[in-house]
Each structure stands twice: as C-alpha cells, then as structure tokens.
Design a protein around this ligand. Structure first.
Ligand SMILES: [Zn+2]
Length: 419
C-alpha cells in the first residue's frame, strides 16, 4: 500500500514536470514519420511487380491444398488399385525378415517420387521459371532431383525400417517410441547436413576478402559467433533468390550467405541480412526448432495411429493391410501424416515466423541498418507477398511479410537513429 502511494506520488511529480516541457516543445514538421517511411518503401514496387509477387505467393496457398490432395490420390493408387499389395507380394519372396521390408520401403519411396513428378516438375521447375525465379536448365534440375531421390531412398529406407522395427516391438505405444527415434535421427541429420548433404548440391567457400568480409566478420565477433563459421554458398546455381541461412548443430553450426545476396545487394543490405542470421545463431533457434518439431511430429504420429486404426477395421482387408506393423500400410501412414501436416501448417508457420521476428529485431540491433533491412524486405517480395491481411499473414506466412518487416525497421529507425 505504502509502495503504491509512493509510486503514485512519483508519477504525479514526473507528470507535472513533464507537462510544461511537452507543451513547450514546438511542433516539428520535419519529424520522421514511421507510417510515411513504410509507405514510401511499399510504393517502390511497381504495380506489375506487386501483381506478380501476389500471384506467385497466393498460388502457393492453393498448392498446399493440391499437394495434400495429390498425396491422397497417390495413396489411392497404392491402396485401392492394389499397387501396395503387389509390392508386398513381390518383396516377400526375398529371403530373411529384414530384406523384404527394406525392399518394400525402398520401392515405395522410389515409386511415390516418380508418381509425384507431374506435380513436382510443375511446382519446382516450370512455375519457378514462369515467375523468373529459377536459373536451372531442366537437365540441371533433374540432376539435383535425382540426387535427392537417391538420398531419400538410401537414408529414408533405413529410417523407415528402424521405425517399423519399433512399431512391431512396441505395440500401440509405437508412436511415442517412434517420436523419440525421429528426434534422435533429426538431431543427427541436422548435425551432419552441412558436412555431408549440403555440399552435394552446392559449393561452400569462405567469404572472399574485402571490406564486406571485414564488416561481416566484425559483426559476427561482436555477437560471439566465430568468424570461421561464416560461408558463401553458390545458390545462383539453382535460383535467383536472395537468401542466407544458419545450419548445423554444435560444432557444425554455420551461417551461409548466398551469392545472389552478395551480388544483388548493397553492403548495408548484406549487413542487415547477416545481422538477422546471426540472430538465429545467437538465439539458438535451431535447437529450439528441433524441440518444437519433435513435439509436433509426436502429436502427428499419435493422430496417425488413431486414424489408421479407425480405417484398418473397415478397409484393411481390401487394401491387404493386417496391422500398423504391416509395411503394406506405409502409403496410408504417409497419406495420414500428409493430412496432419497440411492442417498443422498454420501453427508450424507461426512457430517459424515468431523465430524470424526475433531474428529481425536482433538483426536491427546488431547491424543498425534499418534502411538496408527495409530495402531487402522489398527485394524479398519477388517471392513473398508484400502486404497481406493480418489473418493471411498469421495462417500462411513462415516469415514476417515485407510490410511487417519494413514497419519494424522504420519504427526501430525512428527510435534509435537521428536523435
Ligand atoms: Zn531467418
């Protein structure tokens, strides 16, 4: 009670002191307006640029639905048309217990990939060219695609085999064990990917010497990030997109700036992006994201188990599936998980977007380049709608929209610079 009276008194005194000062301040016609500065940046896009970016991004909303439905269609081919049953019959002729299951999984992954080509080639090749975002010829695209197919068949088969071994040993609680296993596998994959997987697709080199490198490394040191963890990646092999990322875990963690960023952006813009990436690094976003992901996957697998058993009684005999441990049911597990990820997407987007917002604010404080950050946000609108409604941003955006980013930058500028 005493404390709050004291506080009230203090507040009243401050107010009395402040009021005359406020009243005495002359109106400042040259004051920096956050709203006007934000609008100025948004207006720098032409109507045609905005229309193209909106169309590209909004088309992506529908593609999420189409690819989920495509996945259900694929499951129908495997289950209703009997492809899965036939695969099981072929692979059962192989000797031993492990080999038939492994062969089924590898063949399923291969066939599912090939049967997805009509949608995949449209989405990641033709559509990217249509919007001028890709640098690849079809041959180059296919080479990259075949590399990832080989990876997914080799690594995926082993991972799914381990999961089926867990399912068969642990009964209805399989999904709890499977979640733990997926967690361990993900940690190992994230740890190894900068060393073994990313170099299969791109070349990672140290940043070239020069003033840019000195500025970037100095900012890295100022934020406790070792300088030898900053790389340049030749992303222009695949695309025209400006980007940068943090990958790896523990001793393999690194920040990679892509060459499009270095070639298409000013030093202030590169510093702004680098500040953002350092934010991901310093705020431990990768380990935190892994924890979220494992929890979401656990929830998904629990729901898959529930739905699988509801369908098993009715359709199991017709589809040739005897139990959840029967690998013939893999297409059903994949389809159900696909429906789950489709429904969970807004939640997942929000988790990522929240981290991205944290990194944005960290980056503004670290790089002190609000205009560099704002103009980069405008450049990113090549592939991300610049000014969505708040609801649209909450549901579909895994990064803050250009509008949100420019506004954040201009507010920061108003409060930190020019005073
Ligand atoms: Zn980010």
């Amino acid at each position: 009670m005493l404390l709050s009276t004291k506080r009230l008194f203090l507040a009243a005194t401050l107010l009395l002191l402040a009021v005359p000062v406020l009243a005495a301040a002359p109106p400042d016609s040259t004051a920096f307006s956050v709203e006007a500065a934000t609008q100025h940046y948004l207006n720098s896009l032409t109507a045609a640029q905005k229309a193209s970016s909106d169309a590209y991004f909004e088309g992506g909303y529908w593609l999420q639905l189409w690819s989920m439905l495509y996945g259900l269609g694929l499951a129908a081919v495997f289950l209703k048309l009997g492809l899965s049953r036939r695969l099981t019959a072929w692979t059962q002729r192989l000797p031993g217990k492990v080999l038939p299951t492994l062969a089924y999984i590898a063949l399923y992954l291969l066939l599912a990939h090939v049967l997805s080509y009509p949608l995949d080639i449209y989405v990641s090749y033709f559509r990217e060219h249509q919007y001028g975002l890709s640098n690849q010829s079809f041959g180059e695209w296919l080479t990259d695609d075949l590399k990832s197919l080989a990876l997914s068949v080799v690594i995926g088969s082993v991972v799914v085999l381990i999961l089926y071994a867990a399912i068969r040993r642990t009964g209805r609680r399989w999904w709890v064990w499977a979640t733990g296993l997926v967690g361990i596998i993900m940690v190992v994959a994230v740890f190894l990917s900068p060393i073994f997987i990313s170099p299969l697709f791109n070349k990672y080199t140290p940043l070239p010497a020069g003033p840019m490198r000195s500025q970037i490394l100095s900012m890295a040191r100022a934020n406790g990030v070792p300088a030898d963890n900053v790389y340049l990646v030749d992303a222009s092999r695949q695309s025209k997109r400006i980007s940068a990322n943090v990958s790896g875990l523990g001793s393999t963690i690194r920040v990679s700036l892509n060459d499009n960023l270095l070639n298409r952006c000013t030093p202030a813009e590169v510093q702004a992006v680098m500040g953002h990436e350092l934010g991901h690094y310093v705020l431990n976003h990768i380990p935190k994201m892994l924890i979220f992901l494992v929890l979401i996957i656990g929830l998904g697998l629990g729901l898959v188990d529930w739905a699988f058993h509801r369908l098993l009684g009715r359709y199991g005999p017709g589809w040739g599936i005897s139990s959840i441990g029967d690998v013939t049911g893999l297409p059903l597990v994949v389809a159900l998980f696909g429906v789950f990820t489709f429904l969970a997407q807004p939640g997942f987007n929000t988790i990522i977007r929240t981290q991205e917002q944290e990194a944005d604010v960290f980056g503004l404080n670290a790089a002190r380049q609000p205009d560099g950050f704002a103009s980069t946000a405008i450049k990113l609108s090549e592939y991300r709608k610049i000014n969505p409604t708040p609801l649209e941003e909450a549901i579909f955006f895994d990064h803050p929209s250009g509008h949100t980013r420019v506004l954040t930058a201009m507010r920061w500028k108003a409060e930190h610079l020019g005073k």
